[in-house]
Design a protein around this ligand. Structure first.
Ligand code: MG
Ligand code: ZN
Length: 215
């Protein structure tokens, strides 16, 4: 019974996601769904991406949070269009919420929408939003074993960003072991090692973003 209810919710979500995708495609806008645990650096990576690419592509942002609009205000300081979604307790974004957010973004004037999902490595992977690419961020302090604990999310990633790479000397994060485990579940994901503090790896990441934005 419960399984059937969940299936119905997911298929309704998939239909909304397809509608979002069609709306984005009709305006030739690319969308990324950015997922990670709380505090892994989603907002920081979005800020760095805007700064690196603002002369090349036009970026809009959807900020998903359980509550507050702190991140939306931070991103808004970069003078890009931002829409905040507060899920009111839900631990993931759903396609319907993103559809409404897309309606309040000036899609005619954008090339890329970066969707910051709610900080959570579990259920955001189950809800398609209509995105073209899924990006998973894992920060060095979280440990390389997370790839084994959240296989669903890592298996579906188009890009995996290891963030806070400048903290490597102080943390237990075995990069070769992580890369090997990731390869075992996902052969296509591009991997980036970045620091938003030292800017290591940001250029390579920005290049990937640019080349995956249809413009
Ligand atoms: Mg954030
Ligand atoms: Zn959830």
């Amino acid at each position: 019974m419960e399984i059937k209810v969940l299936k119905d919710i997911l298929s309704a979500n998939d239909q909304m996601a397809e509608r979002n995708r069609a709306a984005l495609d009709s305006k030739r806008v690319t969308a990324f769904n950015i997922m990670s645990s709380p505090g892994s650096g989603k907002t920081s990576l979005i800020l760095e991406t805007i700064r690196a690419l603002r002369k090349q592509i036009r970026i809009g942002v959807i900020e998903g949070d359980i509550a507050s609009s702190i991140d939306a205000r931070t991103v808004g300081k970069e003078k890009v269009p931002v829409v905040q979604i507060n899920t009111g307790g839900e631990c993931h974004l759903e396609a319907g919420q993103v559809g409404r957010a897309l309606e309040s973004l000036p899609l005619d004037k954008l090339d890329l929408v970066m969707i910051e999902n709610v900080g959570n490595l579990v259920c955001p992977g189950e809800f398609k939003l209509g995105e073209h690419k899924k990006v998973i961020i894992l920060s060095v302090p979280e440990g390389d074993d997370k790839v084994h604990k959240y296989p669903l999310l890592f298996a579906m990633a188009d890009a995996v960003v290891i963030s806070k790479i400048d903290l490597l000397p102080y943390a237990r994060f075995d990069v070769p072991a992580f890369l090997k485990a990731l390869k075992g579940m996902n052969r296509k994901a591009r991997v980036f090692q970045v620091s938003c503090t030292t800017h290591q790896g940001i250029e390579q990441w920005a290049k990937w973003v640019r080349s995956n934005t249809s413009r």
